[in-house]
Write a protein that binds this ligand. Structure first.
Ligand code: ADP
Ligand code: MG
Length: 265
């Protein structure tokens, strides 16, 4: 297999059932998906359709019930132990009693990086998200957008090739989100990382992605995988082009079709 076709994530008939006091919850059903090296893949679907669950299975924070999944060609458990991914949670989830640099240091401390190496990695991570000079601040001294960038810096700190991002910009106003979308795209282009990105926003998914995975309501199924024809270099006003609007239309149609299927199920 040559490098350009290597599946960083490969799922086949992947299903996950949560066992709860109220009975089984079918969160994911028969998900087939390949995420190739360097892809920017967005997951979009209604609330509760299993997007977070899917990221958590990739990250080995949740065990699937049936089917198969590999991450970097191995089990999620091995991939986690190999520190194959950085994870950006829905809320910035920074520790309020630690400075920004001390927050970014957390995963590096866990991994036992020596202090000199930690310092270097923190500086690099801060630079990647344009937060040079803010390392000594506390989270509350930063705006919401800057806090979210700091949490991305934390996920970048150990330079994993795979970035898992769960609605990282969902709580931010639209102007800030636009800017962070642009910066994230530039970071992705610069670093060649593979990104899995959960979002509720159709324009955000279309603007960022090379591939858009449209999911149905519970149990989460893949309704459509759209390969974007947009160039990698995307100024924000690309969102007004006919090509952009056509992909957005297809995403919306997939969401509507998924809803109809869900209602029948
Ligand atoms: P999404 O991120 O798309 O909103 P989730 O993956 O969080 O969806 O959840 C999918 C479904 O699984 C939802 O119905 C949710 O209530 C349920 N769920 C998620 N986590 C658990 C859990 N730990 N135990 C039981 N049910 C869960
Ligand atoms: Mg979620």
């Amino acid at each position: 297999m040559n490098a350009s076709t290597f599946s960083v994530i490969r799922a086949r008939k992947l299903s996950l059932v949560y066992h709860t006091a109220d009975g089984p919850v079918h969160a994911l059903s028969d998900v087939d998906l390949d995420v190739k090296k360097g892809d920017f893949v967005s997951f979009i679907g209604p609330s509760g359709c299993g997007k977070t669950t899917f990221l958590r299975v990739i990250a080995d924070l949740e065990q699937h019930t049936s089917g198969e999944i590999t991450v970097n060609g191995t089990t999620p458990e091995n991939a986690r132990k190999d520190r194959s991914y950085g994870y950006v949670f829905q809320a910035a989830a920074l520790l309020p009693w630690r400075t920004i640099e001390a927050n970014i240091a957390v995963p590096l401390e866990i991994m036992g990086y020596p202090e000199s190496k930690r310092k270097q990695r923190i500086e690099q991570a801060l630079a990647m998200v344009d937060l040079q000079g803010f390392g000594r601040k506390y989270p509350w001294q930063l705006s919401g957008g800057m806090q979210q960038r700091a949490s991305i810096a934390r996920a970048l700190a150990f330079d994993a090739d795979l970035l898992l991002m769960d609605e990282p910009f969902g709580a931010l106003d639209e102007i800030v989100r636009d800017r962070l979308n642009e910066q994230l795209l530039q970071l992705w282009e610069r670093t060649g990382k593979t990104i899995c990105f959960v979002t509720h926003s159709i324009p955000e998914a279309v603007y960022l992605s090379t591939h858009i995975v449209v999911m149905s309501p519970r149990p989460g199924r893949v309704v459509d995988v759209i390969t974007s024809p947009l160039p990698r270099d995307r100024p924000l006003d690309i969102r007004e082009t006919p090509e952009f609007l056509e992909i957005a239309r297809r995403v919306r149609a997939g969401l509507v079709a998924g809803h109809a299927q869900g209602a029948d199920a």
